[in-house]
Design a binder for this molecule. Structure first.
Ligand SMILES: *Cc1c(COP(=O)(O)O)cnc(C)c1O
Length: 219
């Protein structure tokens, strides 16, 4: 199958999962994760009308997206990988949504850059639902406090929560936990679900799913 055929198949599977879950909001948005793939792989998806993409490294994204953006208006770029403070300026300049805010230092650095550049980005807080030591994200028990800090102390527009469940566990309880944490903090958006579990995530109320290899192929 071509990239375009796989893209169409994912869109169809997402619609089916939304219908099966009786989602009245129309289901989830697709963030097409294009990390490690070049413009030649991404182009067919853009030409098919898709505009929302995810990248996990600032530097890699800087190498391919400015050129694509110039040719195709309306691209919305999500940062879905860990961010270091020294890359905050570059991230704010290039991305539209930062999904991986998980500590005060990076929240402060992003806010300072947004003010400096006059660009207020949409922010998501990443939650480490499995409390995995090697994984980024705020602990579930600290999420409400951290979201409140980002909003009231810094004035960041926290619109969503994001999680990556442990690879070897049933993701359902993690998606349910993220949804519960979002409700507690009055957060509207839920970024959850990847190639292997996006249909499950849609059943648990994902407002966006991050799908890479199922569209672009294995990395
Ligand atoms: C790579 C990545 C994805 C996409 O993963 P696939 O399994 O290829 O769909 C989603 N979310 C994050 C945070 C990623 O780094």
């Amino acid at each position: 199958m071509t990239v375009l055929e796989r893209y169409a198949e994912i869109e169809a599977k997402m619609a089916k999962a939304a219908a099966e879950a009786a989602r009245e909001d129309g289901g989830a948005e697709l963030v097409a994760v294009s990390k490690t793939f070049g413009p030649e792989d991404i182009l067919p998806v853009i030409e098919a009308g898709h505009r929302v993409f995810g990248e996990n490294r600032v530097q890699e994204a800087e190498g391919k997206w400015p050129g694509l953006r110039e040719k195709f208006p309306g691209i919305e770029l999500h940062l879905i990988g860990p961010l270091q403070s020294n890359k905050a300026a570059d991230a704010v300049a290039l991305f539209d949504v930062i999904e991986t805010i998980d500590r005060e230092k990076i929240a402060r650095a992003l806010k300072a850059e947004m003010d400096k550049q006059g660009r207020q980005l949409t922010c998501y807080v990443q939650v480490n639902t499995g409390l995995e030591p090697q994984k980024a994200g705020i602990a579930p028990a600290d999420t409400a406090r951290f979201v409140a800090f980002c909003r009231s102390e810094l004035g960041l527009a926290v619109e969503g929560l994001m999680c990556i469940p442990p690879a070897d566990e049933n993701p359902g309880p993690h998606f349910a936990l993220l949804r519960k944490l979002a409700r507690e903090s009055d957060v509207a958006k839920l970024s959850m679900g990847m190639s292997g579990d996006f249909e499950t995530a849609i059943g648990f109320g994902a407002t966006s799913v991050r799908v890479g290899s199922a569209i672009f192929g294995s990395r």
